[in-house]
Design a protein around this ligand. Structure first.
Ligand code: GLU
Length: 508
């Protein structure tokens, strides 16, 4: 019988969700949706020393912003809860007892100092079948001694008793069968009496079973714990319900050398977090605050290590749900390329309806001191339609279109030098007369009149038009000149040409 697809994203709330974590969450989500399965969000907070306030909220907000939906979790509820590991202590305690009773785990009293001393004494010391009898634990001590130590309140841990020299098979859908010999594993600590909490290892694995997880999809840094997963499932007698594994390759620095870190982002000026994050070290940029659309981030991240099998790049969430496949996931690291992320954003911005883009532009305008209410939606929509081809982010709209809202007070020096000739002031004064005579100031008719005048007089087209543009825009760039003049209107156009003659005319 086909088992129901149930996947989990299982972050530890130790900080902001890194873009690699976003990819893990996304692939889990795509796979769940594609198969009509369930997507679980499990908060793995059993390591109280690494707990960071605000991290869980951050994870929830980031996933919601990106549209990565959760079916079961702390906020969503579900039949397999609680979904926060610190609320599942009883469950873990019972499982630890089960292993102890079955002689598959043992109690160890070795203090951190004793362990350090051992490591100093024995090179590459590993707590395992070859060394455990030389340590202080319930295998080497008598039952009475163990009881006495526990009664005396001595702190202990419970370790998994790993049988040596067993070939452990991990079924990884990306890598095939991965075989690891159990002798390289140490007797993992599963539980600590000091805080009455399981370690990541026990909690993660017990929960995968109890939550009926069918596929463990996670970063490749967790591959070393996969054999433990298998061995613990076997120890508990759950072999039949073993999940399949997918260990996703690393996200690499833009150079392709080494793992992408938050410091790389800082150094090179791009975000590696979905949203801004402040910790006691620094404030880290977020895709959201940098002006990315969530759709663009999802598209970009989706293609970091997966492709649809052809060279399509623009893929919506729904497209990816349809097309996603581990067969087209790469086994080697995916290089993080910020320019590519910006390119996706550009594509999503230019493909969205101009009305919607104009809405997104409004807060930017307001932040620049523009009285947004003074402009009609039709005006703003036209403005964005004229300049959007040159933007990667909504905020770039301002640099491209500020002159629609404020007349230039300065004029680009190099353009003045190149375009402002001795006769320019006189030409533009004549142009003002021509502009005044234009009845229909919309783009085409106005253009016909002005071009007609230039041609008739035998003036130099480039000289006149560039000087005209310089006075209206402040520099020799921007969209089609008569689209600009149509939008700002006859009166404003003429006022700008006059002001330009006054200001540049004298200092040329
Ligand atoms: N809590 C682990 C993490 O922070 C989960 C690893 C896993 O998915 O098994 O990524």
């Amino acid at each position: 019988m086909e088992r129901k697809v149930r996947v989990r994203f299982a972050p530890s709330p130790t900080g902001a969700l890194h873009i690699g974590g976003v990819r893990t969450a996304l692939y889990n989500y795509l796979f769940a949706r594609q198969n009509g399965g369930d997507m679980i969000l499990r908060i793995e907070d059993t390591d109280s020393t690494r707990f960071v306030p605000g991290a869980e909220e951050y994870i929830n907000e980031a996933l919601a912003w990106l549209g990565i939906g959760i079916d079961e979790g702390v906020n969503e509820g579900g039949n397999y809860g609680p979904y926060k590991q610190s609320e599942r202590r009883d469950i873990y305690r019972a499982h630890v007892k089960q292993l102890l009773d079955a002689d598959k785990a043992y109690i160890a009293f070795d203090t951190p100092e004793e362990l350090d001393a051992k490591r100093a004494e024995v090179q590459n010391f590993q707590y395992d079948a070859s060394t455990r009898m030389g340590m202080r634990n319930s295998l080497s001590l008598s039952a009475d001694e163990v009881k006495a130590l526990i009664d005396a309140g001595e702190k202990y841990v419970v370790r998994f008793k790993i049988e040596p020299n067993i070939d452990v098979e991990v079924n990884d859908l990306l890598r095939g069968k991965v075989v690891i010999n159990s002798s390289i594993l140490d007797d993992k600590v599963l539980y600590k009496s000091a805080d009455d909490l399981p370690t990541y290892h026990l909690a993660n694995i017990v929960d995968d079973h109890l939550m009926e997880v069918s596929h463990v999809i996670r970063g490749e840094e967790w591959l070393p714990s996969a054999p433990l997963h298998v061995l613990l499932y076997e120890a508990f007698g759950w072999k039949e319900s073993m999940p399949d594994f997918v260990h996703l390759p690393l996200l690499l620095k833009p150079t392709g050398k080494g793992k992408l870190s938050k410091r790389d982002g800082k150094k090179l000026g791009f975000p590696v977090f979905p949203m801004e994050w402040k910790d006691n070290e620094d404030t880290w940029a977020g895709f959201r605050e940098e002006g990315f659309l969530p759709e663009a981030v999802v598209n970009f991240v989706g293609l970091l290590g997966w492709n649809p099998g052809d060279d399509r790049e623009m893929l919506s969430m729904d497209d990816m749900i349809k097309e996603f496949s581990f067969d087209h996931c790469s086994r080697s690291g995916a290089r993080f390329n910020f320019e590519k992320a910006a390119w996706f954003n550009h594509e999503y911005l230019i493909n969205m309806p101009d009305e919607k883009l104009a809405e997104l532009f409004k807060p930017v305008l307001a932040s620049k001191g523009v009285d947004v209410a003074a402009y009609s939606d039709a005006f703003l929509t036209k403005v964005v339609s004229l300049v959007k081809g040159r933007i990667s982010f909504v905020k770039d709209l301002w640099d491209q279109s500020a002159f629609f809202f404020v007349a230039p007070t300065e004029f680009a020096e190099k353009d003045v030098k190149k375009r402002w000739k001795e006769d320019t002031a006189a030409l533009l004064t004549e142009l003002i007369g021509v502009l005044e005579g234009i009845e229909d100031f919309t783009s085409k008719p106005a253009e016909e009149v002005v071009i007609g005048w230039i041609t008739e007089k035998g003036y130099h087209m480039g000289n006149v038009m560039n000087a005209f543009r310089l006075t209206v825009v402040g520099e020799c760039k921007g969209p089609h000149m008569f689209d600009i003049t149509e939008l700002i209107g006859k009166e404003e156009t003429i006022a700008r040409v006059k002001a330009g003659i006054d200001k540049i005319g004298t200092n040329a």
